[in-house]
Design a protein around this ligand. Structure first.
Ligand code: UN1
Length: 481
């Protein structure tokens, strides 16, 4: 793909050019290559989109859930058919490897299928009544027009896992994706419209934070689902709370992998590498902290550093590449600044740490896969860098290792490597996270189970599986006599 795609917005079933400032997405591997370009949405577009979603609400919500689900199932088939092509576009626009890009597009199809089948599942509950001749039903209803705000790092899977449940439960949506990945947003919206989604049910407005603000502050928005940075999530949540608007916010992580003495070392090495460096470390579930117990620390850290240094970093569209660039030059500078601070705070560089100076790796937004060992307190232990940087510490025993895993304000995910069932059970009880992996990497989320964080990583009901229903519906308790 070499042509630049025209950036367009979907409002009331029509694809429109934006009359706002010109924006473009670039290929982070070759930043001089523009992937999509056009005028961004204006606040007037946001207004039209919310109005269109409001007008579409009654008939969409009134349709049988099986009919809404059928549209999602058709969209899933369209997405699946384009997995190879869109996966490649994803690698070009976002920078993850082509294999991961194709995998992500397939995952979006899987999510659409899961929610497409929602009509076959339980729709509510029924309780006994203390009064003769009465039953108590709990029914579910859509909340209304939902604002969906999504990040760059999963440009099709995260939108799918918010939009699919929102739609199947009868809500209508106005969606603002990250401006770094408009092409994949356009692809998902096209899949849904070509599958027969009625006009106005999904509206796509592309723009930067003023557009996001206009959307979340719009008086006709009934709920907001957001994934992104902690700072933005908290700002949205504070302003929405003041207006009584519910928010589902999925924010930062500083996820630990804990490798205990008895672990299967080969498995742990493989999985920590995937957790830390897949998607160039740009997942809220990525492994950014590593805790290794003393008995295996030298061996484990030594081998990990060797593997990090040997990762094939380069053009993510090439089959042999294992890690691509980060999303922007600003992200790249921020990550290197974080590494610099860690070094100034006495972190020892076991791998990476240095910028690239020549060829494609210097031209694109590349960051060397970096492993740092900390022996003194350092900011990098607490702050999310969102890049391929792993900060390691040693622990004397299991208790200290789990205490270090919990030593963060975040609580999204963790990975524990042990072959000892007692230690695994101990981890389930004591490691305070929303997603716990035992003997697998810290990232990954299946569509049919809850996803989201503990502590400061998330706000509001969890995403995916039946948890999504808690956010995208409200209940009416019916005393039926
Ligand atoms: C995954 O771990 O595969 O923004 C999904 C993120 C998360 C999704 C992670 N919301 O990285």
């Amino acid at each position: 793909m070499t042509d630049t795609t025209e950036l367009r917005h979907l409002i009331a079933g029509e694809w429109r050019s934006g009359s706002g400032d010109q924006i473009s997405s670039v290929n982070p591997t070759r930043p001089s290559v523009v992937v999509a370009e056009g005028g961004c949405a204006t606040t007037a577009d946001v207004d039209s989109a919310v109005t269109a979603a409001g007008e579409a609400l009654k008939s969409w919500a009134g349709m049988p859930i099986h009919q809404r689900g059928a549209v999602l199932l058709e969209a899933a088939a369209v997405v699946e058919r384009h997995a190879e092509a869109w996966g490649l576009e994803l690698a070009i626009e976002e920078g993850k490897t082509k294999g991961e890009g194709v995998g992500e597009v397939r995952r979006a199809a899987q999510i659409l299928r899961y929610y497409g089948n929602e009509g076959d599942r339980q729709a509510g509950e029924i309780f006994a009544s203390a009064r003769a001749g009465e039953q108590i039903l709990v029914t579910r209803k859509p909340i209304g027009v939902v604002a969906v705000i999504t990040p760059f790092n999963f440009p099709i899977a995260i939108p799918a896992w918010k939009i699919a449940p929102a739609l199947v439960y009868g809500n209508t949506v106005v969606w603002k994706p990250a401006t770094t990945v408009p092409l994949l947003a356009i692809r998902l919206a096209e899949a849904l419209t070509s599958a027969g989604l009625p006009p106005g049910v999904l509206n796509l407005v592309i723009g930067d934070s003023p557009i996001g603000e206009a959307l979340v502050e719009h008086p006709d928005i009934a709920a907001i689902s957001f994934t992104g940075s902690t700072a933005v999530g908290r700002r949205i949540a504070a302003s929405a709370a003041a207006r009584g608007v519910p928010v589902q916010a999925e924010m930062g992580g500083k996820n630990a992998a804990v490798v205990l003495d008895d672990a299967d070392i080969e498995l742990a090495l493989e999985q920590v590498m995937l957790g830390a460096f897949r998607s160039t470390g740009q997942k809220c579930t990525a492994t950014s902290r590593l805790i290794v117990t003393d008995g295996i620390a030298d061996r484990f850290l030594g081998e990990l550093a060797t593997r990090a240094a040997a990762l094939a970093v380069g053009d993510p569209t090439e089959d042999t590449t294992q890690m691509g660039p980060v999303i922007t030059g600003a992200a790249q500078r921020n990550i290197y600044a974080g590494i610099g601070t860690a070094m100034a705070q006495d972190a020892e560089v076991l791998a990476g740490g240095e910028p690239y100076f020549k060829g494609l790796l210097a031209e694109g937004f590349f960051v060397a896969p970096t492993v740092l060992e900390l022996t003194a307190p350092a900011d990098i232990w607490a702050e999310e860098l969102f890049g391929p940087v792993l900060a390691a510490r040693r622990a004397a025993d299991t208790d200290e290792a789990f205490a270090l895993a919990n030593d963060t304000e975040f609580g999204l995910s963790a990975a524990i490597f042990t072959q000892d069932l007692t230690r695994a059970l101990h981890a389930i009880q004591h490691v305070d996270v929303g997603v716990l992996h035992i003997n697998s990497e810290s990232a990954g989320a299946d569509p049919h189970v809850p996803f989201g964080g503990a502590k400061k990583s998330g706000l509001g009901p969890k995403e995916q599986g039946t948890a999504a229903r808690e956010f995208f519906t409200h209940t009416t308790t019916v005393y039926l006599r």
